[in-house]
Design a protein around this ligand. Sequence first.
Ligand code: FRU
Length: 435
Amino acid sequence: MNDYRLTYHLAPRQGWLNDPNGLCVHDGEIQIYYQADPDSLTGSCRKCWGHFTTTDFRHYTDCGLAVEPVERFESHGAYSGSALSLDGQLHLFYTGNVKEPGDHDYIRSGRQHNTIHAVSQDGLRFDQKQVVLTNADYPDFCSCHVRDPKVNPTADGYEMVLGARTLDDEGCALLYRSCDLQQWRLDAVLRSATKMGYMWECPDLLHFDQADVLLCCPQGLKRQGYRYENVYDNGYFILHGDEARTYRTLDHGFDFYAPQTFLDPRGRRILIGWLGLPDTDYTIPTKTWMHALTLPRELRFEDGRLKQRVIEELRPGPALTEAVKQTKAPETFVLKACPQGALTLTIDGLKLVYENGLLTLDCSQCGAGRTRRHVELDKLDELELYLDVSSVEIFINDGEVSLTSRCFFDDSVRNVAASCNFTLYQAPRIEIESR
Ligand code: FRU
């Protein structure tokens, strides 16, 4: 069966995957957890945490499920969260989702979003769980949607950001602080001066030398021209005190959501996203597994914005072609080009066009219902594209702009053609073994 399996991305052996969770380094290994539901292709109410580890981003161990929602305070899912490694112990913070029986809209009532602290030595099983915040602890102006804690160490303790929806249907993030990981005190409400959607999911707070950046996924942004074309956006604000300003979309493709970052042992800020998006009107035709994580990307803050580049461990291998304008290619490759102006690039039914300051990703001939996505761009100097069977990640102008999408082709040979010279390189390789 052609199930469109990716070859150099992390994906579940079977069943469902969504957000990356708990990214950190513990016991000398990089821990990559994710929202998992091995028994479902649609992501039911029983969200668990799946788990991969690696030391080099090339060899991975699939460790199976690390967290399962077995307690009453998480009865409808161990939702997204983050991890901290401290003195040989791994601390997780995540949302215990509870849906109370009865007649509820589950926005104003009937839902509990408990912030849970779980501890483990080995990172493999988390049986010690404790609720540190409940809906009663969140500010009165919040609805019952307060979730996805991201915890960071600070100079004098710990900070935690939570995504929230207010009773007035406005997205914001709550910033808590703690000295001991047990008692959490609300320190600030991070919000935009004008409403930016009704809910901010999966926040992450990044402290660069030049700026503090709030990464989050605002739900409910109205489409404005070529902006916010997806059902839910993903992006970042620059923080000025408590005020979240200058929002920018991070990735403009069809399938990107809930990115999370961590600092790796070399001090790099690494981002992994969900190569997927909830509640879309397009589909994924895979039969045994659903969704994947994006390639790990190194984040930099330059010229007032975030830039992303695939980490060097997963850079392309040797060249497969000379500089050409047309070639046949395998199902996985990396393409590089320096168009310096207008561009038309086709990979079978996938089309990337740049003209008159507008970049268009056209998946209408290979996208299981996907159509077109756009980005306004002053120039297109440089392009790097990672194709992996049924996914594409495109980085423009040294990672200033990215577009991530699923794309589905019928056979195993790709016809690649462009209006400028391009070179194909061997795709990165990874190995995954089961624990
Ligand atoms: C984002 C999200 C999170 C939630 C999780 C549940 O995709 O909705 O807000 O914690 O997925 O799986």
